[in-house]
Write a protein that binds this ligand. Structure first.
Ligand code: GLU
Length: 451
C-alpha cells in the first residue's frame, strides 16, 4: 500500500512550492489507491505561526487534496514518543548527550565542528545528537532524480536530534514519524538534500528500513534564481484572491516539474491521479511562467457557465453590480477574461463613459465623418435591438465609400474608449440609445475641439 505524506511546517502561508509537493504526494498515493497523510511539523516553536495550520488545511481543501490521516508533531511530542526514541539511540551508542551552548551550533542543528566536542564525554543530560560514523559511504537512490546520491560520512556533521527544551528537530521527528506512519515514499523539496545523509543514518539506526526518497527540483523565478517568497508572488491565497481558479493553479503546478509521455497539458486532479507516473518527474528545474498560468486560467474560466462565473465575481470582487447585470455582461467580455478580477476593468465602460482618447483614431478627420453618420443612423432607430441597429447600416456605410471595418473602429473607440472591446453593437444594446448617442456626440465634439 503506497502511503505518502505532506509534512508542512506552519511557519507562514502555503506557497506554490508546498502545494506542488502536496499534489505530487497526493497523486502518487491515490494512483495506487493508497493513503495521503497530512502531518503538521510544528516542532520549531519559534518559527511556528498558529494561523499557518488553518491556512494549510483551507488551501488543501480548496485544491481538493483530501487527507486520510492527520497528525500534529507537537501533540505527538506530548506522549514522549520522540524523547523515548532519542534516548534509545543514546543507549545504543548511536547518539550522545551534548551540553555545548546552543550558539555553538551551525544552521539546522548541526554541530559547529564536524565531530561534536561532547560525543565522547559520556554526559547523561542535555541535547541529544547523532553520532555520525567515520569513514563510511552512505547512499540512496532518489526516485525523482532517478539517480544514486552518496556521501562520505567524513563530510557529515553530528546533528541535533532532540533539543534541550525536549522538542525533536526535523532530523529525528520526521524520520521517526515516517517510519511509525509507514510512509512508503517521501517527496520533499530539494533543500532537504544536504541533510539526507543524517536522515539515512537515523533510519538505519532506528529500524534498518527506509521509505523511498525523492527530492523535487527547484522552481525557477522569471526574475532569475529560485522562486522566492520575498521577491515573487508565491502564495496560493494570493493567486486565488487575484482571480485565478483553483483548477488552473492546480493544473499549472502539476506541470511545474512533471510531464506525461504524450506532452498533454490539461489535467484535472482526478485525471492527474489517473495518469500519474513517477517517471514523469523532470530532472531540470522548471520555470514559473505567468503566461502559462494565465492561459490555463482563461481555459478553465471558459469551461464555466455564466452563472458560475457570476458567483465567482461576486465572491472575489467587492462590487455592488447586481448579479443579473454581471450575468448579462459576461458573454461580452468572457473571451478576454484572464482572471476573474479582470471583470471590473473590462466592464467599467458599461458604467462610466471612458474619456475620449483622440490618439486612438488613426485619422480623426475621417472618424469624424464616420461618427456623424453613425449619429444620423442611430438616432432614427426606434427598434433598439440587434436587428434594428444593423438593418441597412452596412449598406449606408458602403454607399459612402467607407470600409466597414474602419467605420466600426471609429464607433468602437468613441463608445468604448479602446480599440479592443466587446462587440460594438452588443455594447450599444447594453448601453441603450441615449447613452450611445451621448458618447458619439462627445467624441465628435472632442475631435472638433482639437482641430
Ligand atoms: N516540514 C518540512 C518543511 O516544511 C517538511 C519536509 C518534508 O516533507 O519532509 O519543509
Amino acid at each position: 500500500m503506497t502511503r505518502t505524506r505532506f509534512a508542512p511546517s506552519p511557519t507562514g502561508f502555503l506557497h506554490i512550492g508546498n502545494l506542488r509537493t502536496a499534489i505530487y504526494a497526493y497523486a502518487m498515493a491515490k494512483h495506487d489507491h493508497g493513503q495521503f497523510i497530512l502531518r503538521i511539523e510544528d516542532t520549531d516553536q519559534e518559527r511556528y505561526k498558529p494561523e499557518g495550520i488553518d491556512d494549510i488545511k483551507k488551501n488543501l481543501t480548496t485544491f481538493g487534496l483530501k487527507w486520510d490521516e492527520y497528525y500534529v508533531q507537537s501533540e505527538r511530542k506530548k506522549t514522549g514518543f520522540y524523547q523515548k526514541i532519542a534516548e534509545k539511540l543514546v543507549s545504543q551508542n548511536h547518539a550522545f548527550y551534548c551540553q555545548c551552548p546552543a550558539k555553538n551550533a551551525k544552521e539546522e542543528g548541526f554541530s559547529s565542528t564536524l565531530r561534536d566536542p561532547c560525543r565522547d564525554k559520556k554526559l547523561t543530560s542535555g541535547a541529544i545528537k547523532l553520532r555520525v560514523p567515520d569513514d563510511e559511504k552512505i547512499s540512496y537512490f532518489d526516485f525523482v532524480l532517478q539517480k544514486e546520491v552518496s556521501w562520505d560520512t567524513n563530510t557529515v556533521y553530528d546533528a541535533t536530534l532532540l533539543k534541550t527544551d525536549g522538542f525533536p528537530t526535523y532530523h529525528l521527528a520526521a524520520m521517526a514519524d515516517d517510519l511509525d506512519m509507514k510512509i512508503t515514499h517521501i517527496l520533499r523539496g530539494h533543500d532537504w538534500m544536504p541533510s539526507t545523509p543524517v536522515h539515512l543514518l537515523v533510519f538505519r539506526f532506528l529500524t534498518g528500513n527506509q521509505p523511498q526518497i525523492g527530492h523535487l527540483t527547484d522552481i525557477q523565478s522569471p526574475n532569475g534564481g529560485k522562486l522566492s517568497k520575498r521577491r515573487d508572488s508565491v502564495f496560493c491565497e494570493q493567486f486565488i484572491n487575484d482571480g485565478y481558479l483553483p483548477e488552473a493553479i492546480l493544473n499549472f503546478v502539476i506541470l511545474l516539474g512533471w510531464a506525461p509521455k504524450d506532452n498533454r497539458e490539461l489535467f484535472t486532479l482526478s485525471e492527474f491521479v489517473q495518469h500519474f507516473d513517477p517517471k514523469g518527474f523532470q530532472k531540470s528545474n522548471p520555470l514559473f511562467t505567468q503566461d502559462k498560468l494565465n492561459w490555463l486560467n482563461g481555459h478553465y474560466i471558459r469551461q464555466k457557465s455564466d452563472i458560475e462565473i457570476t458567483q465567482l465575481v461576486k465572491t472575489l470582487v467587492k462590487t455592488n453590480i447586481p448579479e443579473d447585470k454581471i450575468t448579462q455582461l459576461l458573454p461580452l467580455i468572457k473571451d478576454r477574461l484572464v482572471k476573474i478580477t479582470d471583470f471590473v476593468p473590462l466592464t467599467s465602460l458599461f458604467f462610466e463613459a471612458p474619456p475620449v482618447d483622440l490618439a486612438l483614431f488613426t485619422d480623426p478627420a475621417v472618424s469624424l465623418e464616420h461618427l456623424k453618420s453613425g449619429v444620423q443612423h442611430l438616432s432614427s432607430i426606434d427598434n433598439w435591438t440587434k436587428q434594428g441597429l444593423e438593418l441597412g447600416w452596412t449598406d449606408e456605410i458602403k454607399a459612402r465609400g467607407w470600409k466597414v471595418g474602419d467605420y466600426f473602429m471609429s464607433v468602437r473607440i468613441a463608445i468604448c474608449g479602446s480599440r479592443q472591446t466587446p462587440p460594438t453593437t452588443d455594447t450599444m444594446l447594453v448601453l441603450g440609445k441615449d447613452e450611445t448617442l451621448k458618447r458619439l456626440e462627445t467624441a465628435i465634439q472632442s475631435i472638433n475641439n482639437s482641430s
